[in-house]
Design a protein around this ligand. Structure first.
Ligand SMILES: O=C(O)c1cccc(C(=O)CC[C@H]2O[C@@H](n3cnc4c(=O)[nH]cnc43)[C@H](O)[C@@H]2O)c1
Length: 208
């Protein structure tokens, strides 16, 4: 059995894929690891990963990608290890309040990494969203509700699929931007992608 690397877009791990000369297709298989490119967002990720894990066995899943940070103590380009990830929009609005899915009695919204190791990275809690934050009011409301450090559009979906399939799963993200009123000029996608790929290429993948 081997490692499955899950990523939303090919661009986020292009240097890694080039290094191993992997073809431009959603699933890339090697002797030591496979790479699944799911598409952006929790729906695309849960479907692609669920379908794949149903027919293929792995001993570990590694979700990688870029992410936004609420926490200004985390530098742009820095890598973080996400230990818990919450579907932030799952629930109901109740006038000015929000009722989480737990309190509605329909399940749970937070999923954990499993089999985590010490990678010498900051460990953070995250949310997963359908809509990238870019409005001051909604950012303030979200921070008051969840008090997490980072957000992505896929992380909780990967943890969810792995928990159903009982597969060990970790999530490493490189911070490309702060969660703030939208200003695409402030995003450092190139730096985040470089640092993420340098980290991946520095690792003996079988030890992750
Ligand atoms: O142009 C945009 O507005 C834009 C919005 C989200 C993502 C992108 C990407 O190019 C990469 C896709 C990937 O990025 C993750 N991501 C990065 N920053 C954030 C964030 O602040 N909030 C949520 N997700 C973020 C996300 O996981 C996407 O899959 C471009």
């Amino acid at each position: 059995m081997k490692l499955l690397i899950v990523v939303a877009t090919r661009a986020e791990i292009a240097p890694f894929l080039s290094h191993f000369n992997l073809p431009d297709q959603p699933l890339m298989e090697t002797a030591d690891f496979d790479v699944l490119v799911t598409g952006v967002g929790m729906v695309a990720t849960a479907f692609a990963l669920g379908q794949h894990l149903d027919k293929n066995k792995y001993n570990r899943v590694l979700n990688v990608g870029i992410a936004g940070s609420f926490d200004r103590n985390i530098s742009l380009g820095e890598l973080v290890n996400v230990s818990a990830d919450t579907f932030a929009e799952l629930g109901a609005e109740d006038h000015e309040s929000f009722i989480g899915i737990e309190n509605l009695g329909f399940g749970k919204s937070t999923y954990q990494s499993t089999g985590n190791k010490n990678y010498n990275l900051k460990t953070v809690n995250a949310i997963t969203v359908n809509k990238v934050h870019g409005n001051a009011d909604s950012i303030a409301k979200t921070q008051a509700l969840f008090a997490v450090q980072t957000e992505s559009m896929e992380g909780a979906a990967v943890f969810y699929a792995c928990s159903i399939q009982n597969i060990s799963c970790i999530q490493i993200r490189a911070i490309s931007n702060y969660v703030e009123p939208r200003n695409r000029n402030n995003w450092e996608i190139g730096l985040a992608v470089k640092n993420l790929n340098d980290w991946l290429l520095s690792k003996e993948l079988s030890t992750i």
